[in-house]
Design a protein around this ligand. Sequence first.
Ligand code: FES
Length: 132
Amino acid sequence: MHLRRSDHHHGPAEVPVKFLLEDPEGLTGTDKQEWDVMAAKGEHLLEVAMDHGINIEHACGGVCACSTCHVYIEKGMEHLSEATEAEEDRVEEAPGLQRNSRLSCQCEIEGNGPIVIRVPAWNRNAVKEIPH
Ligand code: FES
């Protein structure tokens, strides 16, 4: 699925974002669990991850029509756009729902960070386990 990208101009990449990967092998093909990257305001977290080779699932292409891009915001929720009603309805379908659950394709960076995101292992597994 082609990734929907944020369509407006981004500022400089000056917001520190840390990704904590529970399944680095499945998401990146490496064993690196912590990724420190810089992002720009206006970008959404899914595209920041994808731009750095962290392949978070995004079955619907980032249009809030699935819940495969589900992540946990461990720090810096206040630096992200607020969840819309559509996102709140959708994220409830995600396995492992927590208070800090968000859909990464819907979280636009608004503040200066830092932002820490945990990508659960089942982000990959949920898709792999579908029976054929
Ligand atoms: S990619 Fe489908 S809701 Fe985010």
